[in-house]
Design a protein around this ligand. Structure first.
Ligand code: FE
Length: 346
C-alpha cells in the first residue's frame, strides 16, 4: 500500500490485483478504481479495503481528513472531483454532506435488504454501516444513582453538581439533543438542556475519554459518553480495565424510545467518476465479514441486524436502540445548536 500526503491530507492507495472487467461510463472513469474520502482512520478499515481489492480487482484510493474538510474539498473540486464515496461518522455530518449537495441517491436492493430502514437515508443518499449508543455512566463507589433511567432524568435536580459532559459544539451532543427534539418537541428539549446545565459538576471540557476518566477518578459522579469509548477501556490493558471496573453503565430510555444511537455511514458522491464501483463497495461493506471488521475498527455495533459486536462491546450489555430515523437526527441540528446556546451549555 502506498501512503503519501496530499495537500495536508493523508492519502493511501491500496494496491490492486487484476483490474476489473466491468467498465464504468463517463469521463474520468477508471474501471479498476474507487476513490474513497474517509474521516475514519482505523487499521481494520485498511484491511477491509485490501480485501475488497482482492475480491474485485478494484483498487481503493483513500484520502483521509476531517469530515467537514472532506465535504469542502468535494465542493471545491466540483464537477472534476475524483471522489466516489464519502465515509464519515454521525448522522449530523452525513446530513451536512446532504445539505452541501455532494451526495447522490443510490437504489440498491442489497443495501435496502441488509440495512434496517432507520439506518439509511430514505432516498439512498447515505447508508449507516455501524452504530454506537450514547449512554450514561456513573461512579459505582459513589453509589448507583437511584431512579436514573432516562436522558430526561439527567435534568432532575436530584443530580445537582453531579454531571460531566463535553461541550455543546460537539456533534454527539448536538445529535443527542436533535433526537430529544424529534421525540419530545423543542420546548421539552430546551427545558431538558437547562436542567442538565443546572446539574453540571463543571463547565464542559474534554472529550468522552476525559469524562470516563473523571467519573472513574470520582471527580464527577455521572457522565454521558459513546459506547465505543467505554469498550476501549473494557477491552484495554489492565490499567484501563481497572478503570472500567469502577464504572456502572446505564442504557437510557429502555422503557421508552430506546437509547440514542448514531451511525458511521457512507454515501456515493454526485459527481462520482466510478459510480458502479462505489455502489459495489458500499454493498461489500454490508457483507457479514466486512460488517464485523468495519464495526470492530471503532468498537461499534454492526448495522446489519443479527450480527454481534466484539467482546469488549458486548460487555456493556444488551439494549434497545431508539429507531428514530437518522435523517431526523441530522435535520434538527440547527435547532439543537440554538437551544444549547439559550440554555448556556458551552
Ligand atoms: Fe468519537
Amino acid at each position: 500500500m502506498n501512503k503519501f500526503f496530499l495537500g495536508g491530507l493523508l492519502a493511501f492507495a491500496v494496491s490492486a490485483c487484476a483490474p476489473s472487467e466491468e467498465a464504468d461510463e463517463g469521463a474520468g472513469a477508471d474501471p479498476g478504481v474507487v476513490n474513497l474520502y474517509s474521516s475514519r482512520h482505523y487499521d481494520t478499515d485498511l484491511a477491509l479495503y485490501e480485501d475488497f481489492t482482492e475480491q474485485t480487482g478494484i483498487t481503493v484510493n483513500l484520502i483521509e481528513a476531517e469530515a467537514d474538510a472532506l465535504i469542502e474539498r468535494i465542493q471545491s473540486e466540483g464537477e472534476l472531483s475524483p471522489a466516489d464515496v464519502l465515509i464519515t461518522v454521525d448522522a449530523g455530518r452525513l446530513w451536512r454532506a446532504e445539505e452541501a449537495g455532494v451526495l447522490s441517491p443510490v437504489e440498491s436492493e442489497v443495501l435496502n435488504e441488509r440495512l434496517p430502514i432507520y439506518l439509511r437515508h430514505p432516498e439512498g443518499l447515505w447508508f449507516g454501516l455501524s452504530t454506537r449508543a450514547r449512554v450514561i455512566i456513573y461512579n459505582k463507589e459513589a453509589g448507583e444513582p437511584e431512579g436514573l433511567e432516562t436522558y430526561a432524568d439527567l435534568a432532575d435536580p436530584a443530580y445537582r453538581g453531579d454531571i460531566c459532559i463535553r461541550s455543546s459544539s460537539n456533534i454527539y451532543n448536538i445529535s443527542l439533543l436533535s433526537s430529544i427534539i424529534a421525540n419530545q418537541g423543542e420546548e421539552a428539549a430546551e427545558e431538558w438542556a437547562r436542567g442538565v446545565v443546572a446539574n453540571f459538576a463543571r463547565e464542559p471540557q474534554g472529550n468522552d475519554t476525559a469524562q470516563i476518566e473523571s467519573v472513574a477518578a470520582g471527580e464527577c459522579r455521572i457522565a454521558v459518553v459513546n459506547t465505543y469509548y467505554l469498550a476501549r477501556f473494557a477491552g484495554g490493558d489492565d490499567e484501563q480495565k481497572a478503570l472500567f471496573d469502577r464504572l456502572g453503565v446505564i442504557f437510557p430510555d429502555q422503557d421508552g424510545n430506546g437509547s440514542h444511537i448514531n451511525v458511521s455511514g457512507a454515501g456515493v458522491i454526485k459527481t462520482a467518476p466510478n459510480r458502479e464501483n462505489a455502489v459495489r463497495f458500499l454493498e461489500y461493506l454490508t457483507s457479514e465479514s466486512a460488517q464485523r471488521y468495519f464495526a470492530d475498527g471503532n468498537n461499534e455495533y454492526p448495522a446489519v441486524s443479527g450480527l454481534e459486536a466484539n467482546s469488549a462491546v458486548e460487555m456493556l450489555g444488551d439494549f434497545k436502540p431508539d429507531t428514530l430515523n437518522a435523517v431526523e437526527i441530522g435535520s434538527n441540528q440547527a435547532e439543537a445548536v440554538q437551544i444549547f446556546d439559550r440554555a448556556g451549555w458551552n
